[in-house]
Design a protein around this ligand. Structure first.
Ligand code: HEM
Length: 371
């Protein structure tokens, strides 16, 4: 793919626009690529497309993570997603907001400040660990290993990542065993109970927990980081937001549209669909679809006041629509409000460093000064 020329630090939109100029659906090697919002949305919602080849195999981009429902088609996808859903309902997430606000406030008490390392990363890690039921004592270890395993999506698997993967599985095995004897009010306990009722296998239980852990913190960190960078890079928008903190949900949506943490996904045709043959892959460039001039006027402009219609594809669409979207949105709102209130004079204080990843786009380091 043309995208192999890209690195995490490069602005991908130059290449996205080159592909867009070739048309809404472009042949690349044996695959297809789309940059069109309308077509991406259509394919993501079309049941003639799935995650797997028709022989049941999965394309090689799974990295190290154990199989989860993100990689499955119905009916297994439906069954497993339903078991995880109650923990992420809008009502549950709303009840959880005050706790997230407390975590955000406590992180901002620190002196030296790297916006990623000291705020954007630890907030979602604390939140998802708490929801899952990972004890504080294990959180740092989980986070370190999780981040390493997640990069295997892009970079291929190193021995270090295999070790990290083994460690995560070991830690979860221990927590699962503990919850079997002493259940609590957390996601591990409720899934362990479902396993006892044979609603999912031990392997599916592990796959779900690892998915929730990694999906929970490898993406939200970049919503917060990309949003903070966008605001500080657009002083008028930052000023507007500080004067109107009720715009927090709009800042979240415009960040998700303009700088989506997950830039790419893909679907495989399960049968011939127009010119797309059975078992052919369509790469869906979320980052490009979110700046499609056919649906968003002046798409490259970061504008928190823009009308978000149709919805961006940062959380995908159709049956795999992000299960954690309500949680991620709430975390983003809390984070941006806390920054605006506690650090109104925030400004960049050194060069940023991008993550070494094209699929998950965001910053590894963002030094800022509070005054
Ligand atoms: C800003 C933050 C986030 C972004 C941008 C994001 C993005 C995405 C995207 C694009 C997908 C679908 C991929 C596809 O269709 O191929 C997805 C699925 C998923 N996300 Fe998120 N996510 C975020 C936060 C979270 C959080 C906080 C959780 C909570 C645990 C979470 C859990 C999941 C799960 C479980 C799936 C699989 C859904 C399914 O296959 O049915 N995500 N996410």
């Amino acid at each position: 793919m043309t995208f192999e020329q890209l690195s995490g630090s490069e602005d991908p939109h130059r290449i996205y626009e080159q592909v867009r100029a070739l048309g809404p659906l472009v042949r690349e090697g044996g695959d297809w690529v789309t940059t069109s919002h309308t077509l991406s949305n259509k394919i993501l919602r079309d049941r003639r497309f799935g995650m797997r080849f028709t022989d049941g195999t999965y394309p090689g981009f799974a990295g190290l993570l154990p199989q989860s429902f993100l990689e499955l088609d119905p009916p297994d996808h439906t069954r497993l997603r339903r078991l995880a859903m109650p923990a992420f309902s809008p009502k549950k997430i709303d009840e959880y907001r005050t706790r997230v606000e407390k975590v955000a406030e406590s992180l901002l008490d620190a002196g030296e400040f790297d916006l990623i390392k000291d705020f954007a990363a630890p907030l979602p890690i604390a939140v998802i660990s708490d929801l899952l039921g990972v004890p504080d004592a294990d959180t740092a270890e989980f986070a370190g290993y999780g981040a390493l395993v997640a990069t295997s999506f892009d970079t291929g698997v190193t021995p270090e990542m295999t070790h990290a993967n083994d460690k995560i599985l070991e830690l979860f095995e221990r927590l699962i065993a503990e919850r079997r004897t002493r259940p609590g009010d957390d996601v591990i306990s409720s899934l362990v109970a479902a396993e006892a009722e044979q609603k999912l296998t031990a392997q599916e239980l592990m796959g779900t927990l690892v998915l929730l852990l990694v999906a929970g913190f490898e993406t939200t960190v970049n919503l917060i980081g990309n949003g903070a960078q966008a605001l500080l890079g657009h002083p008028a928008q930052w000023a507007l937001f500080k004067a109107n903190p009720e715009l927090a949900p709009d800042v979240v949506e415009e960040t998700l549209r303009w700088a989506p943490p997950v830039q790419l996904t893909g679907r495989i045709a399960q049968e011939q669909v127009d010119e797309i043959g059975t078992d052919e892959m369509v790469h869906i460039i979320i980052g490009a679809a979110n700046r499609d001039p056919e649906v968003y006027p002046e798409p490259h402009r970061f504008d928190v006041m823009r009308v978000q219609k149709p919805e961006h594809l940062a959380f995908s669409s159709g049956i795999h629509y992000c299960l954690g979207a309500t949680l991620a949105r709430m975390e983003g709102e809390v984070a941006f409000r806390a920054l605006a209130r506690r650090m109104p004079d925030l400004r960049p204080a050194g060069p940023v460093r991008f993550r070494d990843s094209v699929t998950i786009r965001g910053l590894a380091s963002f030094p800022v000064s509070r005054s």
